[in-house]
Design a protein. Structure first.
Length: 350
């Protein structure tokens, strides 16, 4: 299906990096036809121009599935009594960071539920040991903490932080995250940014009640925060949560949000998320051709991996090295290759 002249000129405007208003972003997301080729081609060109053909890898360790929050969408929620909980020790985590280093990946992402067992002191000690023993660049993804905690993580040697705003629709946010306030999430993100963390935000696409208008607002939040990394993934219903059974098999809209994010935010790092790979066998490669430039192989040990059950059916079982070898072959089929450098947001060396 071909697109109208108006749509063509809107895409051209986005491609040039001109600011888009809310209405224009909504129009981008509304473009006709599945896998709207014009939008994806434009995003892919901007990706190539701004961040090149390299794909950056981040090794992720999901070190605890305990969580004191009760997010309606997530299998780790404290109300889920069917999950078998685990916490990794500092030594276990260190052993995995050694593996990441051996794979030549320069960065580790430490992710968990919101688990106060890991106090600021415990996290800082962990950060210091990882820095000292492996020199990996450290990204944290451990939820909302105080400004003091964030400062101490930074002083201990953490460089990056991922905290998705999840949705720009405050009502949906507050419904899906009981007891949490959207403004608090935004405050945390502003603190992180002000402290100088490379800061990641992002959303879930396809949560109940979400509209294209609110997805446009998500994109405006990403732009407003000047976030450095954007995690954009489809919502996948978990059977042991209150949102069980709400199907979301629409990958197209997630890819459109990724493409629009690339056009709007230019040189950010955008992962092809595991959630997309879970939704569709080609999900990851399609995302990499719609604006994404990062992949995060999961290094969580097999004994814990399937217990980090945020949503069902997570892909990438097998050893991390097997996964990377397979990724490398996949990337080659689309003319892309792995870059084993730190992959800071490109302004730093572009
Ligand atoms: N506890 C931390 C980090 C772990 S959750 C936090 O909440 O920030 C990491 C991400 O998993 C969340 O940001 C959310 O976007 C995603 N997630 C949780 N449940 C999901 C689901 N059912 N489908 C898709 N993504 C989900
Ligand atoms: Fe906990 Fe994060 Fe899951 Fe919410 S999304 S229940 S904070 S792990």
């Amino acid at each position: 299906m071909s697109i109208s002249k108006a749509a063509e000129s809107l895409i051209a405007k986005a491609k040039e990096g001109k600011d888009l208003n809310r209405q224009e972003i909504i129009q981008l997301l509304y473009l006709p036809g599945k896998y709207s080729p014009e939008l994806f081609v434009a995003a892919d060109n901007v990706r190539k121009d701004q961040v090149g053909d390299e794909i950056f890898l981040r090794g992720i360790i999901e070190f605890s599935n305990h969580c004191q929050r009760n997010c309606l969408y997530c299998g780790l929620r404290k109300g889920n009594s069917r999950i078998s909980r685990y916490r990794m020790t500092e030594d276990e985590i260190l052993a995995i960071t050694e593996e990441i280093k051996k794979s030549s990946i320069p960065t580790v992402v430490l992710q968990s539920g919101e688990d106060s067992y890991y106090t600021a002191d415990v996290i800082c000690h962990l950060i210091e040991r990882i820095r000292k023993e492996t020199n990996l660049i450290i990204t944290l993804s451990i939820g909302e903490r105080s400004l003091t905690d964030y400062k101490s993580f930074q002083q201990a040697g953490a460089d990056r932080y991922l905290l998705k705003h999840e949705t720009a629709d405050k009502n949906i946010y507050q419904y899906m995250r009981p007891g949490c306030k959207w403004e608090d999430r935004l405050q945390c993100l502003r603190w992180l940014k002000e402290l100088g963390f490379e800061t990641g935000t992002g959303n879930m696409v396809g949560v109940p009640g979400q509209t294209l208008e609110s997805l446009a607002d998500d994109l405006l939040v990403m732009k407003y925060l000047n976030a450095d990394m954007l995690g954009i993934g489809p919502f996948i219903a978990h059977p042991d949560t209150p949102l069980a059974g709400i199907d979301n098999d629409d990958m197209d809209i997630t890819l459109r949000v990724i493409a629009a994010a690339r056009l709007i935010t230019r040189n950010t790092n955008i992962p092809a998320t595991t959630a997309l790979a879970t939704l569709h066998p080609q999900g990851r490669l399609l995302a990499l051709q719609a604006g994404a430039n990062v992949v995060m192989p999961d290094f969580t040990p097999e004994i814990y991996k399937n217990r980090y059950d945020i949503y069902p059916g997570r892909k990438d079982v097998g050893s991390a090295q097997d996964i990377i070898n397979k990724l490398e072959i996949d990337f080659r089929t689309i003319g892309r290759f792995i870059n084993y450098s730190a992959g800071y947001r490109q302004t730093k060396y572009h």
